[in-house]
Design a protein around this ligand. Sequence first.
Ligand code: CS2
Ligand code: MG
Length: 409
Amino acid sequence: MKIVEISTLLTCPGRNYLIVKVRTEDGLVGYGDATLNGRELAVQALIDRHLAPWLTGCEAERIEDIWQMVFRQTYWRGGPVQMTALAGVDMALWDLKGKLYRTPVFQLLGGKCRDRVRAYFHVHGRGDDELLERCRAKSDEGCHALRYSFETADPFERATVYRQPHQDRISEKRIEVTAETLRNPPRWDSRIYSEDLLRITAVLRRELGAHVELIHDAHERLSAGQAADLARKLEPFNLLFLEDPVEPLHKDSLALIRSSSTTPIAMGELYNTVQDCLPAIQNHWIDFLRVDVSHFGGITGVRKAASLAEAFGVRLALHGPSDISPLAHAANLHIDYSIPNFGIQEAVLPVGELLQVFQTAAAYRGGFLSLGECEGLGVEVDERAARSFPYRPAYLPLIRDNEGAVHDW
Ligand code: CS2
Ligand code: MG
């Protein structure tokens, strides 16, 4: 069954998503997600101009072979743009194969290892009181795993507020910034943030009780020493994990954190290949691997990392932010169902205009995600609706430190 067309659709139902569509000679269609936040046009050009002509005519069922061709035979391996393009094509091929055999993708991956998938959600508050109130509300809804973030005022210059990356509470969309905002970015001070994090975490643990799972994402903003110190001081509050304490290029820093503390560590949303994950996994520096199905060569790529992690007792907590589409969130679920070493799933529920473009078989109830009856990934794409929401240029935010130098965001 030959591929006759690979095309892309860039849509902005609230934020930008790049949809990949693969069509075969039998008229079957599969969809995948190739969204790379802030670099959508680069991935789109790679798929449309380089991969589509090259892969047209290939056998659609030979998913691993196509994966190897794109990963190895193009010579230029890895990197976020290429691994996102590959992810979109790979996901679409799995979707298509599921539709061909009229079965959900998790069946093709070996079948279910669990009946439902435990999920965590983002909770953001400006200060202790607001954060606590929102955590309580989320926990009352039945969600007992919370990733908390907050804003903190500079005690010396009270007009300066430090913000952590977060998603809007109502729409669950990250607030993207314009080119104008990039010229005057907000400030950041890791020392002040670390002190406030310790205070806020103590409040949450005391007020929410021992059984709520707490997750905190440091978003690669700390130095190795700061991260090690913080991880040690966070031990009494029993986090499920501290995420991305240091930036991904500083893999060796994880060794210092691990030797200083027993706080579980999660990392991976900025890794693109199994080789990127290797040191963290084989040295037992992390407890949870958080790769992103859309930036890691798709389902085929993530399955390779999952097997490697399984051998070292590392569990998966796949990246599931609002900047990947319901197609990628569904792909996460199919993987979560079918791997033995599942940990927890980061979740965002589709709202607003997103629902006009994507209808998903994924459902959420009382802290757990599940998939209803479905074929392939279980996501219907309304292409006409997608076309009615044209691409809007948007950027990831920047921050600078108090002397005005660029700081990791
Ligand atoms: C975050 C992401 O969900 C997370 O863990 O780190 O929201 C991240 O900031 C975005 O995916 C960047 O596009
Ligand atoms: Mg993160």
